[in-house]
Ligand binder design. Structure first.
Ligand code: FES
Length: 510
């Protein structure tokens, strides 16, 4: 019999499990003309499509898999302008005005989500909570004090606290007042319904692979159908069309893990994040049966560089046992997001030479507010309306010397993994794999990726990433092949789960 506090065998997101299934939308199987093509069926793509449809635009929304099955379906769903310790850093990096704009964009996004949920009568359990960044490390005390000074300078409502209400050891915390949390899928289902009621078209299972730029750009799908439009919006993490923006060299992919827990202790309210590593993120969920669940997140690492990924769940499990009266682990899941060199998202025109192609990415795991801010900004850019945040988020913005140093470091890390993967000595053979085990193995003297499923069937893939040739690594927590260079992910059958790769891994045998 399974222990009541063992990890669930397979990952599953509470948000996806608890939301009613959406209708199945068709795969695009013909050419189309429209005004705006939005690519990416997560929060930013759906919100952008909704906003433009509300303004009377004819919009087509494309999703490679199922709507909301990516990062949006695997978030912790905090709606907050408290994006870790950031405001002191932003003031030092770009001045108080830029830091203030970042805060205001996040607060505008929060208010938009709240008012839209109310307007559309979305039953999304949106409730206000204070947000805390806490520390239990002496070396972080001065950082929290500096962050509090930044709050004061920017007029952010909050306070420096000596402890947090949760039963987690803490020496100080910066509190931001009156932030929020919700059920993101219940909210977005209401936007999707409104979008389709307004005539918006959705195509699932439809991968956009290229854009033929021009005054009327054409989005090309994997099946070579073309959508001719006036504007293209890519809300696809790494833009599916790079347009010589070199985005794969300007961002890195980071994964993190979440457990859904039943605990004995009464939840005191609030949303929490540790300042120091390993990160610990905590919020509550009110379940439909009247009970409560605690979401514990953390254990970030660069995609494909997490070694044994199931260990990250086990570390969270250990923390939950130590800090809360843990009764049961109901869910486990993980998510991935992109981080830019200066920690600000890229939202706007992909390059100066392609004014009708827009991107929204680099949310640094704060996608509820940053993704909503992106949709509001892109709507205004398409409508040629002024928006105060255009320069702040411009993908063509100038980089500081520190950001350039960060990017050089990132790309050195990519080069290191490219070479290390090629030189890695592999001795294991496929026949040594137990059921439900994956590993890099040696087949006919060459490196290959092997996974033996729960029924004993063996799947073998070429481990050379189809993006730029790095060697993918096995992710035992999710049963995927993850690339350490730019974060592409592939199923054990080789299919693309997350880009920037567009083509599947070569199958050796399945
Ligand atoms: Fe770029 Fe794999 S994601 S090489």
């Amino acid at each position: 019999m399974t222990s009541p506090i063992s990890l669930p065998r397979f990952p599953e997101s509470y948000w996806l499990d608890s939301a009613k299934p959406l209708p199945d939308y068709p795969k695009l199987q013909h050419d189309l003309d429209t005004e705006v093509t939005v690519v990416g069926g997560g929060l930013s793509g759906i919100t952008t499509a909704y906003l433009l449809a509300m303004e009377g635009y004819k919009v087509v929304l494309l999703e490679a898999g199922k709507l909301l099955s990516g990062t949006t379906g695997h978030t912790t769903a905090k709606i907050t302008a408290q994006h870790d310790l950031i405001y002191d850093e932003l003031i030092k990096q770009g001045g108080a005005e830029n830091a203030r704009l970042y805060y205001e964009a996040s607060m505008d996004a929060t208010r938009f989500i709240e008012s839209t949920a109310r307007k559309l009568k979305a039953d999304c359990a949106l409730v206000r909570h204070d947000a805390y960044v806490y520390t239990n490390s002496d070396s972080y005390l001065s950082k929290l004090e500096d962050e509090m000074k930044a709050y004061d300078k920017l007029g952010i409502k909050g306070s420096l606290e000596s402890r947090i209400p949760l039963p987690i050891p803490s020496k100080a915390a910066v509190k931001m007042d009156n932030q929020a949390q919700f059920h993101p899928l219940h909210y977005l289902h209401a936007l999707i319904k409104t979008f389709t009621d307004l005539g918006g078209e959705i195509y699932e299972g439809t991968t956009a692979v290229d854009v033929e730029p021009g005054p009327l750009p054409r989005v090309v799908t994997g099946d070579r159908y073309k959508i001719t439009c006036k504007q293209v919006v890519a809300c696809t993490h790494f833009p599916f069309y790079d347009g010589h923006g070199f985005y794969f060299a300007r961002m890195h992919a980071d994964r993190s893990y979440v457990l859904g827990l039943k605990v004995e202790d009464e939840y005191p309210g609030g949303m929490y994040l540790s300042a120091e590593d390993p990160k610990r993120s905590v919020r509550s969920v009110n379940l439909a049966d009247g009970g409560g669940m605690l979401l514990l997140g953390g254990q970030s690492h660069k995609t494909g560089q997490g070694v044994c990924t199931i260990n990250h769940y086990e570390e969270l499990q250990k923390f939950a046992k130590e800090q809360f009266g843990l009764k049961e682990i109901v869910y486990r899941w993980s998510a991935q997001d992109l981080v830019t060199g200066d920690k600000l998202p890229f939202i706007g025109r992909i390059t100066a030479s392609s004014p009708n192609i827009f991107i929204a990415t680099g949310y640094r795991k704060w996608g509820m507010t940053n993704g909503t801010a992106a949709a509001l900004l892109i709507r205004d850019l398409i409508m040629e309306k002024e928006n105060p945040y255009e320069q702040l988020y411009s993908p063509s913005r100038a980089l500081s010397a520190k950001t350039i140093v960060n990017l050089v470091g990132e790309n050195a890390n990519v080069a290191k993994h490219l070479i290390a993967g090629k030189l890695e000595l592999v001795h294991k053979r496929p026949e040594e794999l137990a059921n439900d085990e994956g590993s890099v193995v040696k087949v006919n003297g060459r490196r290959a990726g092997a996974y033996r499923d729960t029924d004993g069937q063996l799947f073998l893939v070429d481990t050379t990433c189809t993006h730029m040739g790095c060697e993918v690594e096995w992710n035992d927590g999710e049963r995927t092949w993850d690339c350490p260079c730019h974060g592409s992910r592939f199923s054990y059958r080789g299919e693309v789960v997350e880009g920037p790769a567009e083509k599947p891994l070569k199958i050796i045998r399945s």
